[in-house]
Design a protein around this ligand. Structure first.
Ligand SMILES: O=C(O)CCC(=O)C(=O)O
Length: 284
């Protein structure tokens, strides 16, 4: 029997118009709590003591260099998360990213080096248009106010890219928009919200002017590649990342210089769905 659909027609229409959609209660509260506990333990910080929130191994933008812990995988392989992506992408045969978490502490006058202004970017090269359809996602681990340094974007920009790009200088940065004339909107959310956005939206996160840290886990899914040697190579790499608890390659994902994941954590246990989302088992 087919599971009941999660996204309504209104959700699809909102996504088509604005380029993002927020789906509540993507995972149970205990899954959120488990990742929050992981974040503070990994960062060697005391969640209830703000004095501990402003020091290495933390980066000012709040990226937490943990990728393969069981609690992260429990959210990636949660059937509801998979179904949400499947409904957006139009296929259940998906692979999941092995992305990190975020803990952006509130700005504090004693720690100006952690007062991160936020950013807006694209993860794709917008000089090659039209962009192939793809999405990204962020799971809100805790309630996030509009001023709490959470996700922000330029809604609707995915529909206007092709007319906007020719209005920009030829030497513009195709991964960072000049925001003149564009409206950036912060998207507040509740714990358990899964926000999915179209890759064509300029996006990032904001400055945390609240008194609480911003807490999130990045999760995206994309259609599994077709069988063939290219898929085999990708699969091998992905399985090694999962098994040996490694970050994705590339300088955007520096990993943890302390090697905590490799030394102290165990390889995450995968469900049948998790094995397919990794690529360990084929969908077909
Ligand atoms: O922190 C956020 O919500 C945005 C993250 C982001 O820009 C990205 O995943 O590319």
């Amino acid at each position: 029997m087919q599971p009941e659909l999660i996204l309504t027609a209104a959700d699809h229409a909102f996504f088509a118009e604005h380029g993002y959609v927020v789906i509540p209660n993507a995972v149970p509260p205990e899954n959120l709590e488990a990742v929050i506990r992981l974040i503070f333990e990994f960062l060697e910080m005391d969640r209830s003591d703000p004095q501990t929130w402003y020091r290495a191994p933390h980066s000012p933008g709040g990226m937490v260099e943990v990728y393969q812990h069981q609690t992260l995988w429990d959210n990636r392989q949660h059937p509801r998360v998979h179904q949400i992506f499947a409904e957006i992408l139009g296929t259940p045969h998906l692979w999941v990213s092995m992305d990190r978490a975020n803990m952006k502490p509130p700005q504090h006058p004693d720690h100006p080096e952690f007062d991160h202004a936020g950013f807006i970017h694209w993860d794709v090269d917008t000089s090659v248009l039209p962009l192939p359809f793809a999405v990204q996602g962020v799971l809100y681990l805790a309630d996030t106010d509009i001023n709490q340094g959470g996700f922000q974007c330029v809604p609707g920009m995915h529909r206007r890219l092709e007319e906007w790009v020719p209005t920009q200088p030829a030497d513009r940065d195709p991964r960072r928009p000049d925001l003149t004339g564009l409206e950036v909107k912060a998207i507040p959310g509740r714990a358990g919200d899964l926000l999915i956005w179209h890759r064509g939206l300029p996006h990032g996160n904001g400055r945390n002017l609240s008194e609480r840290p911003r807490l999130a886990q990045y999760i995206l899914m994309h259609p599994a590649p077709p069988p063939g040697p290219e898929r085999d190579t990708q699969r091998e790499h992905r399985v090694r990342m999962w098994r040996d608890r490694l970050p994705p390659s590339g300088k955007a994902f520096p990993g943890d210089p302390r090697g905590i994941e490799q030394r102290e954590y165990r390889t995450a246990e995968l469900t049948l769905l998790g094995r397919r989302l990794l690529g360990l088992d084929a969908w077909e």
